[in-house]
Design a protein around this ligand. Structure first.
Ligand code: PMP
Length: 385
């Protein structure tokens, strides 16, 4: 039977407790949200929704075509200029998603015969970029500039190192300045995904490259998403103008994809302008993350020290992670649940978003609910049934 093998996979997945299902989010959810990527609490901000509405009224519900045909509006140009300027890069190019931006950057900058050195903890989209690129990928130890040096030293010719700036599973940061130094030593480029850094790290949220002193560097290319701290949808690549021109001419996910929807461009532009006016939002997200981490570890939870706005709490097993997240939800708290195969090390986690707009009372409530619903582990521990 066609697709019969799917049933077998579904059965294995059920037995491992790894089935995923979709749950529609109500417009006015009563849950306290520590699950979304809305780091600055901007997705529902009236200036952002009005930016989207105004752009849709002016330019239409969709981009109507690929960027090289009819899909480029003045709004796209404005967003690209302001994004590049905000983050300190010469030029930017927006895409319909961060995924498309990552595929574009890695595939177009790693041609046949080149080497791609990829961090073992990289996000799925960078991994897909490596898989689609014509260059050869070498995966190296997580956050290890010496491993990058060693890999680059084995290769003659063009090379790029690719890394997340903030890793999405544990919320830890890459040693960006050291990575850039390692790349320079070997004449290699550095492609970094700042999906979780933009809006949170760097002066006023200008991103992790800014914080590491790499903004505007001629050998650094940055990908971002517009869907997290900017409360919109879409992605972008930032870098030297000649790299951006190359992407316009060579990146398949730019050339063949429909342009970013005007509403998404309008929302992102409004968010950027708001961020310039209210730079304290970025620092608040970092403070909330540190506060959550301090409080949770003081109560005996195993949580990685956050470098940005992601707080990751370890769970004893995939089943217990799912159960823990469900118990949190029943108690009014939405948290993310990461488990295999989404986690490279097989360790399941609750993933908490330290939103800048969380009040001290909401932080208290989140910590209390996570503690009260915690599955017990250890020699004397018994999981509640
Ligand atoms: N990179 C990282 C590190 C991400 O976490 C995500 C979002 N999950 C993306 C890229 C992709 O962004 P988008 O959702 O805009 O495709």
């Amino acid at each position: 039977m066609a697709f019969g093998w799917i049933d077998e996979q579904a059965h294995t997945r059920r037995r491992a407790g790894l089935v995923r299902t979709l749950r529609p989010r109500p417009a006015d959810s009563p849950l306290l949200d520590l699950a979304s990527n809305d780091y600055l609490g901007l997705a529902r901000h009236p200036e952002i929704t009005e930016g989207a509405a105004e752009a849709a009224r002016t330019w239409g519900g969709g981009a109507t075509g690929s960027r090289l045909v009819t899909g480029t509006t003045e709004l796209h140009g404005e967003l690209e200029r302001e994004l590049a300027d905000f983050c300190g890069f010469e030029a930017a190019l927006v895409f319909s998603s961060g995924y498309a931006a990552n595929l574009a950057a890695v595939t177009a900058l790693a041609p046949h015969g080149s080497l791609i050195v990829s961090d073992a903890g990289n996000h799925a989209w960078l991994i897909d970029g490596c898989r689609l690129a014509r260059g050869t990928t070498q995966v190296v130890a997580h956050a290890d500039p010496d491993a990058v040096r060693k890999a680059l030293g084995t290769h003659e010719g063009q090379a790029v190192a690719v890394s997340d700036t903030v890793f999405s599973v544990d919320g830890d940061a890459a040693p960006l300045a050291d990575l850039a130094e390692a790349c320079r030593q070997y004449g290699a480029g550095l492609v970094i995904d700042d999906a979780h850094g933009l809006g949170v790290l760097g002066d006023g949220g200008r991103g992790a490259p800014w914080a590491a002193g790499l903004a505007g560097a001629p050998d650094v290319v940055v990908t971002v998403t517009l869907s997290k701290s900017l409360g919109s949808q879409g992605g972008a690549v930032l870098g030297p103008a000649r790299v951006i021109d190359h992407l316009i001419n060579a990146a398949r996910t730019f050339i063949f994809d429909t342009g970013l929807a005007p509403a998404a461009a309008g929302a992102a532009l409004a968010a950027l302008r708001l961020l310039r006016r209210e730079p304290e939002r970025a620092a608040r997200a970092r403070t909330v993350a540190k506060e959550l981490h301090t409080r949770l570890t003081a109560e005996g939870h195993e949580a990685v020290r956050p470098d940005a706005a992601v707080v990751s709490v370890r769970a004893p097993s995939p089943e217990q992670a799912v159960r823990w997240a469900a118990d949190c939800r029943a108690a009014g708290l939405a948290v993310g649940c990461f488990r295999p195969p989404s986690v490279p090390d097989g360790i399941s986690r609750l993933r908490l978003t330290a939103r800048a707009d969380l009040t001290d009372g909401q932080i208290d409530r989140a910590v209390r609910v996570i503690g009260e619903t915690r599955p017990y582990v250890g020699v004397t521990a018994v999981h509640r049934t």
